[in-house]
Write a protein that binds this ligand. Structure first.
Ligand code: NAD
Length: 361
């Protein structure tokens, strides 16, 4: 049964709880904004300590998706789903019931893979709804596309801050060698960059040493590495009061979501003369790739669009210089302007007929 709740102080269009005790499903879907199109965002499965903690996360993440899709030039809004629980709650019944929940939102939210969920889970959701992306046989794992976008963005940042048109001999500290971090490392090594890496999983570090000739440092010290570029590709919140003063890199360009501990840390980076490639701009490759599933996946067109992340960052860096304003602030303003322009004079998507959304996907 759907239980609409009173929204806490936020600018979200809709937040819905769903519980199905028989299969242990407790989920929340947050639709932040649909001015640009249906809200596409991942389904995160995580052992939140409480529903309040899950709510805070889904509100924050769904807003981030609005900004990400807007700056990436996509006709998509921002949404996200969280399922409360660890890997042990996964079952066919859970994902099929979740699929019915997604379907009940009439196309205003489209599900995708995220932390804790995988392609096979999307296939189960798809048995109950067409409102799911990233299934087998479509665009697949978004991580290589994300890594490709980060690579393009990192090159743009190096060009802007270090005046280098190639990466030969440029040193990059990669924090986290998971799906994106390892693929990014491969692209960087191929371009001639020298890598310093860290991961809490030592097997992944060993593989990077063997594959890329990387130097390894302890996870607790990777941000202090004496390198040109710091590439956060692990968890969010890594740029904070403790780490920023210790950074030696002149550029921060990586895949992790929510890299800034707080918004003021974007200001702190700018004050230290460190060029920050805003996370949701540089890591949009995955969602751009997924968006090309609509109307039949076309990899060449998707990757051409992802390559444009470099140009978007060039524009953000130039505007940040001209307005003497941190890149994080410029990116937020850009996103808000795009969403406001799309929303001006139009009713919120929430007020439109469901068929409109089905037609859009
Ligand atoms: P992943 O789980 O595959 O990889 C994360 C890696 O970070 C793992 O190898 C893990 O062991 C390591 N790690 C965890 N804590 C660490 C620490 N303290 N120090 C060093 N390493 C640590 O995740 P992923 O899909 O590669 O995503 C990486 C980041 O990029 C996440 O923040 C994710 O939200 C973001 N992101 C991913 C995509 C995508 O397409 N996968 C898209 C956009 C953003």
């Amino acid at each position: 049964m759907l239980n609409p709740i009173d929204l806490p102080a936020s600018d979200h269009e809709q937040v819905v709880y769903y519980r199905h005790p028989a299969c242990g499903l407790r989920a929340i879907i947050a639709i932040h904004n649909t001015a640009l199109g249906p809200a596409l965002g991942g389904v995160r499965l995580w052992p939140y300590a409480s529903e309040d903690e899950a709510l805070t996360d889904v509100l924050r993440l769904s807003r981030g998706m609005t900004y990400k899709s807007a700056v990436a030039g996509l006709s998509l809004g921002g949404g996200k789903a969280v399922i409360i629980g660890g890997p042990d709650v996964k079952s066919e019944a859970l994902f099929r019931n979740f699929g019915r929940f997604v379907d009940s939102l009439e196309g205003r939210y489209i599900a995708a893979e995220d932390v804790g969920t995988a392609v096979e889970d999307m296939d189960l959701i798809a048995r109950e709804t067409s409102l799911v992306s990233g299934r087998r046989g479509q665009s697949g794992d978004p991580s290589p596309a994300t890594a490709f976008g980060v690579f393009q963005g990192l090159r743009a940042a190096v060009r802007h801050r270090l005046g280098r048109s190639d990466l030969v001999g440029v040193t990059v500290a990669v924090q986290g060698l998971g799906h994106v971090g390892e693929a990014l490392s491969a692209l960087l090594a191929e371009a001639g960059a020298r890598l310093v890496v860290a991961d809490v999983n030592f097997l992944r570090v060993q593989r990077a040493i063997q594959r890329f000739g990387a130097a390894a440092v302890a996870p607790s010290l990777i941000h202090t590495a004496d390198v040109d570029v710091f590439a956060p590709c692990a968890l969010g919140g890594g740029l904070n009061d403790r780490t920023i003063p210790a950074l030696k890199a002149k550029v921060v360009a990586g895949a992790a979501n929510n890299q800034l501990g707080e918004a003021r840390h974007g200001v702190q980076l700018a004050e230290r003369g460190i060029l920050y490639a805003p996370d949701y701009v540089i890591n949009a490759g995955g969602i751009i790739n997924i968006s090309y599933e609509r109307g039949g996946y076309d990899r060449a067109r998707a990757y051409a669009h992802i390559a444009r992340i470099a140009g978007t960052l060039d524009a953000i860096f130039a505007r940040a210089d001209a307005e003497k304003t941190p890149t994080s602030v410029i990116a937020d303003r850009m996103a808000e302007q795009i969403v406001a322009a799309a929303g001006a004079g139009r009713t919120a998507r929430a007020d439109r007929a469901p068929t409109e959304y089905r037609a859009a996907i």
